[in-house]
Design a protein around this ligand. Structure first.
Ligand SMILES: *Cc1c(COP(=O)(O)O)cnc(C)c1O
Length: 396
């Protein structure tokens, strides 16, 4: 007989991490931690202390007492723990969209003799809009891949598009709809073999899938911290620039925070030689502290155990969905998927709305997809079982 969800929770080595989060709701199942992660208790404490003791009593002195360095020090911490990135290549800044804009310009600038940017039609809208806008601003052309949603972008799909005109390729590591996990090292190699540079969007993999940017030789990367990093609504993004590109990486929003000397108030702009050159203006200090707490929690649990639980949870979820006869548009091979599983149903919109009424939070994605996101530090097997039971009943 198959193990009950209670047994699976009892045997889960990460089960106790659920108690490290504020779980103060009336939900039966929160299956949207990949859109907005839960609030860590440590973050609540840290922000309360910060607001009273640092902002409240240190005031402007706080900048010279450490706030100034946070975009880089927390960037380094996130880079080391989540991205396989040595220090000095990652900053916490802006939103993912703004960072994509900056990185697209920096990447295109490295290949100024080429005029094409490649992106896939399955990519997240903001990524596609930004590619269109940057291509137009720079007089470049967009080449759109049209892969199958579930198979998504492979080296074979890319092979037909890469060429001497390719300057930049922007891809998502995990597809936001199907959950397909792309082969980051192999695709990075293929892009380099064509003489182009790659930008990886890690929004749906950072904090839940092991990532090794340095060893894969990735050029640029970007991602959210409010999804699996649990840093809160609107938390700033991270941007990674490989050390070998730093001296040439030119971004389009130069401000005093990206200048060589922040407080020199110089007449002329000179970009910082460090990764600070990707910043623009004054950073959101409180929000960066929330990123730091989120990163620390992931580091404590370990990205390896987190990935193991993610695979076990998505496997369990797929078994339950199969038993209910639901159509799945996520790879069945666990090596080819991230931490969410997507169901296709003609009445998806209506079902997702009814699930919400019944205390189960999924994510509806146009036109007919219901996305179920499993966040290994907080999602329990009991939650998954309860969520599927409601979904199955409504889908019948
Ligand atoms: C969530 C997500 C974004 C969000 O960008 P914001 O600027 O934070 O709104 C961008 N790209 C992908 C692939 C995402 O999953």
């Amino acid at each position: 007989m198959a193990a009950s969800p209670h047994d699976l929770d009892s045997a889960d080595p990460l089960a106790s991490f659920r108690d490290r989060f504020v779980i103060d709701d009336d939900l039966v199942a929160y299956l949207d931690g990949n859109s907005l992660g839960r609030l860590p208790v440590a973050t609540l404490d840290r922000l309360t202390t910060f607001v009273r003791q640092e902002w409240g009593s240190r005031l402007i002195r706080g900048w010279s007492e450490g706030w100034v360095d946070l975009p880089v020090t927390v960037g380094d911490e996130l880079g080391r723990e989540l991205l396989g990135a040595a220090d000095g290549q990652t900053v916490i800044a802006d939103s993912t969209s703004v960072c994509i804009h900056k990185l697209l310009h920096a990447a295109a600038g490295l290949r100024a003799d080429r005029d094409e940017i490649i992106i896939d039609a399955t990519n997240f809208p903001t990524d596609r809009y930004l590619v269109e806008a940057v291509a137009e601003a720079r007089g470049m052309t967009v080449r759109r891949l049209e892969p199958d949603l579930v198979e998504n972008v492979t080296t074979e799909v890319l092979a037909g598009a890469l060429g001497e005109r390719t300057a930049v390729v922007l891809l998502s590591h995990v597809d936001y709809r199907s959950g397909t996990l792309l082969d980051l090292p192999a695709i990075t190699d293929a892009v380099h073999a064509a003489g182009a540079v790659v930008i990886w969007d890690l929004c749906h993999s950072a904090g839940v899938v092991p990532i090794e940017l340095d060893s894969a030789g990735v050029d640029f990367a970007v991602g959210c911290t409010y999804k699996y990093v649990n840093a809160g609504p609107g938390a700033p993004a991270f941007a990674y620039v490989a050390a070998r590109h730093l001296a040439q990486a030119e971004q389009p929003i130069p401000g005093w925070w990206s200048a060589a000397d922040l407080f020199a108030m110089s007449d002329t702009y000179e970009a910082s030689p460090t990764v600070r050159r990707m910043l623009s203006g004054t950073p959101p200090v409180a929000a960066i502290l929330a990123v730091q707490e989120g990163v620390r929690l992931i580091a404590e649990a370990g990205i390896g155990p987190i990935r193991d639980k993610s695979v076990a949870l998505t496997t369990y979820l797929i078994e339950q969905l199969d038993a209910a006869g639901l159509e799945i548009v996520t790879p069945r091979d666990p090596h080819r998927r991230g931490s969410h599983v997507t169901v296709r149903h003609p009445r998806a919109r209506e079902i997702a709305a009814e699930m919400l009424e019944r205390g189960v939070v999924p994510d509806f994605r146009e036109p007919d997809l219901i996305r179920l996101g499993l966040s290994p530090l907080t999602t329990s097997y009991v939650e998954v079982a309860a969520g599927v039971a409601v979904l199955a009943e409504l889908a019948r």
